[in-house]
Write a protein that binds this ligand. Sequence first.
Ligand code: PMP
Length: 441
Amino acid sequence: VLDYFEQKCKTSKALAERAKEVIPGGVQHNLAFNYPFAIAAAKVDGAYMWDEDGNRYIDFLQAGGPTILGSNYQPVRQKVHEIVESCGPVTGLLHEYEIKLAEIIRKYMPGIEMFRMLGSGTEAVMGAIRLARAHTGKKWVIKVGGDYHGWSDQMVYGMRVPGTGRREAHGIPKGSTAYTQEVFPNELGSLRRKLMLNKIRGGTAAVIVEPLGPESGTRPVTPEYNREVRKLCDEFGALLIFDEVVTGFRVGMGGGQGYFNVKPDITVFGKAITGGYPMAGGIGGRKEIMMTLAGGIGGKGGKRAFVGGTLSANPLSCVAGYYAIEEMARTGAPVLAGRAGDRLTAGLKEIMNRLGLPYVVYNMGSIVHLQTSAVLLMSMRNPIKLMREADARKHLMEEMGAAYLSRGILTLAGSRIYTSMADTDDVIDDALNRFEDVFKL
Ligand code: PMP
């Protein structure tokens, strides 16, 4: 495997060395491929990525999830070119495509009566929490342990101090996470207890969940979980926030809320909301709640949760998002991408069984989890042990990821795969042969 990188990826290696001089750690995307060194992409199209040395890979990273239509999808690219010709990327003024984007989101997710565009999933989570607090006048926020909600101070789980059991990363004072609480996934009893306790000390503003469970279902939740969380939120007057940064449009045009038929109060969007173009973030929800962003119903007299962003809702991002959503609906991209995920998962299972490998693969449509080291799941209750195992596992994942790459398959950190509409049966069957080669190494 290492020979492959030395012999076939010389340009990437030189770029990776150069990057280390001017970019901390040599990579901007923490989950991008960086073992044994970062691979530099020269071109992406549909199901494929070509690196700077001209090697072609089946692209199951798909930019980390936003490109459900496949990479660099031509009809959306065309519309982006047109808007750049007329407006450039940004004007700072109202543009019709802001309205069209909000309208088309509402068409497929009727619970999103109003929508506010922001710059990223992280920003959208920050905005959603501020909105929930301003709207309810309460302060506590409960999240599910292991969920990733971006890198803001208050949602920082996972950015731990290496080698210790401490959760908060350096640079984040304890006060920043003072009103953030965590519960284990699927544990409704502890969620209820926290909600009860908070009731007598200021109240819970929101419970925030990823509808598939932490890290897009790396630790899956039961189908009833979201419904039960909804009920508990209603009982205690907390708002339910769905983080649909990954699931929005990916698990279906109706997102996780359509899939599970559970209505959140606030929805957070990212990734697919701009079809893979920059400034992908936004918050949506019922008018009554969303108007708190404008100072209350009618835009006056109420509390106001402030959000901003110079480049938020720029015409380029809005056009890209609008046409990506329109194209996803027209082509049935979420369903096609989901079928590709099903085919890949079934094929991988068959290979693993035939070769007698103790690996785990499962999917939720186009989100495929491939665990070739399942230790993490075994010690969820012991944080110190969990972290040591997570470190060991991370390296194993990196090695597996490098092995896949050396056989022409690009994954997300060796353990997650995003399929897209571009993954035809031929692409998936080719990928299965390549995976089998790796498993036989
Ligand atoms: N929430 C979830 C569920 C995510 O997966 C991510 C990004 N992977 C984020 C929030 C943060 O989004 P962004 O990277 O756009 O800040």
